[in-house]
Structure formats: C-alpha cells, structure tokens
Design a protein around this ligand. Structure first.
Ligand code: DOR
Ligand code: ZN
Length: 352
C-alpha cells in the first residue's frame, strides 16, 4: 500500500476566491495547497476588463499569507459588450490568462453573462487567433430544460457548434458533472478539455437529496447520478490529458446557504487536494494523480508545470468545520467539515 506520494506542485484551474473579508478568509486554504489558480471573475460587479482584473489581482496578492508564493491567474467575465481589443491587450500584458463564459443567468452572479453567442463572435475570433483559452460554464438554463439535463443540452446544442465555428479556440468545459460531458470532452480533445471538482467525484443527487436536503452539497451544475459519478472518477483517474483539476471551491456565508433560496456553491478548498488523493487511492490510481493535478492543466493552457513538489501522506486528520469571515459571527461552512480525512499534505518542496 502506498502511504506517501510526491507530485509536482498542483494547480487549481477553477476557484472562486471572492473579495474583501471573504477573500481573506478563504484564500489561505487555496494558497496552502496550490501553486497557481484560475480565479473566477463572477464578483459583484463582475471582473470584466483588464483594468478590473489587474485591480482584483492586486487585492488577492495583498490578502496572501506572509511568505506565500501562490500565483493567481486572472480571468475576464465575458459579456455581450466585451471589447476584443481589451481582452487581447490583457492577454498580451499577462494580466489575463483566460476568458470565462457564463450563459446569462446560468449560476451565481451570472446575470450579466452572454445572452447570445453571436454577440461575442468577435471576441472569440480574436482569442482563437491569440491562443487564449475560453472557459465555459456549460449549462442550458432555458426554463423548459430539466435541471438534470442542463449540461447535456448545452453540450449538444451550444458547445458542439462553438467548437465547429472556432476550430482553433482552446476551450475548457468546467466542472463536468455527467457521463455525456465526459464522453464529449474525450471526443473533442485536445481542442476541448474538462475540469472535475472533488465534490462531483464523491457526491450524487442521492447524497444531496436522498437522506434529507444537504444545502452544503448544492452547487451548479448540481451533482448527478451514481453512473455519472463513476464516469467522472474514471475520467479523472484515467491520466488522459483532457481531464484536469478544478475545485470550483465556491464559498458562501452560512446565512446564504441556510436560506429559503440556498446559494449554489461548495467551499471545498480546506479538503480539496486531500479529497482528490483519497479518490485516486480508492481507485488504485495514485500514480495518475500528478497528471490530473499538476501536468494536464498547464499543458492545455500552454503554461510551464510548477518547479516545486508537494508530498501527500496517508495520515488521518479532522477537516475544519468552517472558516471565520471577518470575526466569529459570519462563517462559511467547509465541505466534509468534521470528517476524518485519510490523506494530508506533508510538506511543500522548494523549487528545484
Ligand atoms: O455552484 C456554483 N457556485 N457554481 C457556479 O458556477 C458558481 C459558483 C459561485 O460563484 O458560487
Ligand atoms: Zn465555478
């Protein structure tokens, strides 16, 4: 039995770090486990321009714990009125790494998202030319589409034409939740890749709804069936270059989760890399954790892999139940809080 594994330092290719007090509360967890992270732009108001992204990056860097070498990789929130020249300038200057497409109203703070793909044609054409990745929240939220079919519908009706219209555009379909999406990504690699969250590898709609309603497991896209979960585990642990790590850690204050209208999002940063390690261990595929967590993402983005290493060891520890946001009264509940977790980070290696 393997009790220790050393891998290149991992990256999180999809995280919500928020802003202000919430940023200060949650950033240390991501920075403790990941060398870099793709930071989602769905703040209120959203991060739309290069200037917005540069300012947000500064706020993240100022909120980092002393001595941290964590690097935030910034994204711009695509809107119908996004200026292609601004996106190109942001990418050229290194402020922007990617652009995020939320279909309008698809999820938290997506009200200003794209209403019609035709309206962002010029931006996508420019990104295609530049080699700048497009990140997609892939759900069709039309009222007649059942919530459990939103991803499959988006993939078939919206993503397939997009891939055809922009054959040179590198795309990441984020937080895969279905077997349909897994198969679709595989069939369209390497143009298309997909990220997979820890909670979509563990939870199903049964665990979310089948034994009392668990608001802390509610996210977008919602967790699906056991067959979908198994397909996601197979994909993540396959070593295939088109699947890589993106936690979609998405904190909300407890009051917004325990509310008549529960906010979507799972705050998994405190247990993310440890949960992935557990899944790979259970699958007998710890040898492929490095590809998923540290190699496949940089390859898709055309970025170097990290120089440092991280060692994970088999050792029980208790996951924190929550994190305090600016004083004890506002808290954010953590995924798997209070559970005994069988893997943990031993130490972060120095760059070679
Ligand atoms: O569950 C989710 N929460 N899915 C998203 O796409 C957005 C995120 C958030 O920002 O809270
Ligand atoms: Zn997200």
């Amino acid at each position: 039995m393997t009790d220790s594994i050393t891998i290149r330092a991992p990256d999180d290719w999809h995280v919500h770090l928020r802003d202000g007090a919430m940023l200060r509360a949650v950033l240390p967890f991501t920075a403790a486990s990941f060398a870099r992270a793709i930071v989602m732009p769905n703040l209120v108001p959203p991060v739309v321009t290069t200037v917005d992204a540069a300012a947000y990056r500064e706020r993240i860097l100022s909120a980092l714990p002393e001595g941290s070498t964590f690097t935030p990789l910034m994204t711009a929130y695509l809107r119908d009125d996004t200026d292609p020249d601004d996106i190109a300038a942001g990418f050229g200057s290194g402020v922007l790494t990617a652009v995020k497409l939320y279909p309008a109203h698809a999820t938290t703070n997506a009200a200003a998202g794209v209403t019609d793909f035709a309206r962002v044609h010029a931006v996508l054409a420019r990104m295609e030319k530049l080699g700048m990745p497009l990140l997609i929240h892939g759900e069709d939220v039309a009222p007649e589409v059942d919530i459990f079919d939103r991803e499959a519908r988006f993939v078939e009706r919206r993503l397939a034409p997009l891939l055809r219209d922009f054959p040179g555009l590198r795309i990441v379909l984020e937080h895969l939740s279905t077997r349909v999406a897994v198969d679709f990504v595989r069939a369209h690699a390497p143009q298309l890749a997909g990220t997979i969250t820890p909670h979509h590898l563990v939870e199903t709609r049964n665990s979310m709804l089948g034994h009392g309603l668990r608001p802390h497991l509610y996210c977008m896209p919602v967790v699906k069936t056991e067959a979908d979960r198994v397909a996601l585990v197979e994909a993540a642990t396959s070593g295939e270059a088109c699947f890589f790590l993106g936690t979609d850690s998405a904190p909300h204050a407890l009051g917004r989760k325990l509310a008549p209208v529960c906010a979507a999002g799972v705050f998994n940063a405190p247990v993310a890399i440890e949960t992935y390690a557990g899944i790979f261990d259970q699958a007998g595929r710890l040898d492929r954790l490095e590809a998923f967590a540290s190699l496949n993402g940089p390859r898709h983005y055309g970025l170097p892999v990290n120089a440092g290493t991280v060692t994970l060891i088999r050792a029980d520890w208790e996951a924190p139940r929550d994190a305090a946001v600016d004083g004890p009264e506002v808290r954010v509940a953590a995924y798997r809080g209070g559970e005994t977790i069988p893997w943990r980070i031993a130490d972060a290696g120095a760059p070679e």
